[in-house]
Design a protein around this ligand. Structure first.
Ligand SMILES: [Fe+2]
Ligand SMILES: [Fe+2]
Length: 375
C-alpha cells in the first residue's frame, strides 16, 4: 500500500487553514437539543490474558486508586463567587485575553469597561462550558476504551479514568450552575471533533483523539487558568482536575508509544492526519463564536482582527505546549517526510517539540505538590 496524500479540503473541509468564512460557516444547529446521538459500531474485546505485561500502566493504575477525591466534600462549595469582581480581578491580571486597542476601527470601539467586563463574564461561562462538554466527551471515550482496548492492564486503568471523568463532569456542571448562573451549548468545532473521535472504530484513535489531543490541550488550558484566576474555589477545582488529567495524558502516551512503533507508514499517515485535523478543530473553537453571537456582535467582522492579534496568538499557541512534545514522543512528527512537523509549523506550534512530554509528568501534578512553576 502506498501513502495517500490527502489535501486540506479532504481533511478539514477547506483549502486554507485560516479561511474565516469556512470556519464560521460551521455552527451548532441544534443548540436547544438536550441529546445528541452518534451511531457507530465497534468490536468489544475480551481478554483472557490476565498477566501483568505492562508495568508502567499498572503503576498508573495503582496511582489512580490512591488519588481519588470527592467532588462533593473536597471542594469548598460554600465559597461565595462574586462573578463581576472575580472577572474584573482576572482581567486586571490577564487583560481581556487579547489587545483591545486593535478593535478601535471596529464596531467594538464604543465598548467601555462595562461591555468588556460583560464579555469577560460570558467568556468565562463559555470556556468552562467547553471544558464541561469536553469532560463528557472524555467520559464517553474512556468507557469505550474499556471495551475496545485489547490489553488487560489498560482496561483496568481506563476504568479508573471513567470515574475521574464522571467527577470532572460533576464539578464543572455544578460550578457553572451554582456560581456562574448557567453556561453555553457545545461549540460546533469541538462537537465535530468529539463525533469524529467516538465514531472511529480503531481503538488507538480514541486514545489519540481524546488522551493525546483533547486532554493534552485541556491540561495546558486548565494550567493557564489555574495560574491566573484568583477565585479560590475555581483554583482548587482546577488543581484537583489537573492532578487526574496528567495521569490521563500519560495513559495515552504510554499506551500508544508501543502501538505506533510497530505501525506501517500508511497507518501512521492516518494518525498524523487525524492529529492535524484535531488540532485545527481545537484551534478554530477559540474564536468563541457563540459568545460574540450572544453579545450581538458580528463574528465575521471581528474574526480577522482576532486572528491577527499577537497576544491572542501566543495564548492560543501555548495550548499546544503538551500536544506537540507528546506527538513527538509517539513518533508522529517525522514519519512520512516529516508530514505532521510541517503541519505544526503552519499552525505556528512546532516550537514546543522539545518541551517535557507527559509520559511521567503526572507525578509532578499529584495533589499536594507545588505546580506554580510551569515545567
Ligand atoms: Fe477530565
Ligand atoms: Fe481526562
Amino acid at each position: 500500500m502506498t501513502v495517500i496524500d490527502n489535501t486540506n479540503q479532504d481533511l478539514i473541509g477547506r483549502d486554507e487553514v485560516n479561511d474565516i468564512e469556512a470556519i464560521l460557516a460551521i455552527t451548532n444547529t441544534d443548540r436547544d437539543a438536550t441529546e445528541h446521538l452518534v451511531p457507530h459500531t465497534v468490536d468489544t474485546v475480551f481478554t483472557w490474558d490476565y498477566s501483568l505485561t505492562r508495568p508502567p500502566l499498572r503503576k498508573l493504575y495503582e496511582k489512580a486508586k490512591t488519588s481519588q477525591w470527592n467532588g462533593t466534600t473536597d471542594l469548598p462549595w460554600e465559597t461565595e463567587v462574586d462573578v463581576e469582581r472575580t472577572i474584573a480581578q482576572d482581567q486586571a491580571t490577564l487583560g481581556a485575553g487579547f489587545d483591545i486597542s486593535l478593535f478601535s476601527e471596529s464596531s467594538l470601539s464604543k465598548w467601555g469597561d462595562k461591555e468588556w467586563l460583560n464579555f469577560g463574564i460570558e467568556g468565562r461561562r463559555w470556556q468552562l462550558s467547553q471544558f464541561l462538554h469536553g469532560e463528557q466527551g472524555a467520559l464517553v471515550c474512556t468507557a469505550k476504551i474499556v471495551e475496545t482496548v485489547p490489553w488487560y492492564d489498560a482496561k483496568l486503568y481506563a476504568s479508573t479514568q471513567v470515574v475521574d471523568e464522571a467527577r470532572h463532569v460533576e464539578v464543572f456542571a455544578r460550578y457553572l450552575d451554582e456560581k456562574l448562573g448557567g453556561g453555553y451549548q457545545i461549540n460546533a468545532h469541538l462537537g465535530l471533533l468529539l463525533d469524529d473521535i467516538i465514531t472511529d472504530s480503531r481503538w488507538d484513535m480514541t486514545y489519540l483523539g481524546m488522551q493525546i489531543m483533547v486532554e493534552g490541550l485541556a491540561l495546558a488550558a486548565f494550567g493557564f487558568l489555574h495560574q491566573t484566576t484568583q477565585e479560590p474555589l475555581l483554583k482548587k477545582l482546577l488543581r484537583y482536575v489537573m492532578s487526574d488529567e496528567a495521569r490521563h495524558v500519560a495513559f495515552g502516551v504510554l499506551s500508544l508509544q508501543e502501538v505506533y512503533a510497530q505501525m506501517t507508514d500508511v497507518e501512521i499517515k492516518e494518525r498524523q492526519e487525524f492529529a492535524f485535523e484535531a488540532s485545527v478543530r481545537m484551534r478554530d473553537r477559540f474564536l468563541q463564536q457563540e459568545v460574540w453571537d450572544r453579545l450581538g456582535v458580528n463574528t465575521k467582522e471581528i474574526a480577522p482582527i482576532l486572528l491577527q492579534d499577537p497576544t491572542r496568538t501566543i495564548f492560543q499557541q501555548m495550548l499546544f505546549a503538551k500536544i506537540v512534545p507528546n506527538c513527538k514522543k509517539l513518533g508522529l512528527l517525522d514519519r512520512n517526510d516529516k508530514w505532521l512537523r510541517h503541519r505544526f509549523e503552519d499552525l505556528g506550534v512546532i516550537q514546543f517539540e522539545d518541551w517535557e512530554d507527559t509520559g511521567e509528568e503526572y507525578l509532578a501534578f499529584e495533589l499536594g505538590k507545588d505546580i506554580s512553576t510551569p515545567s
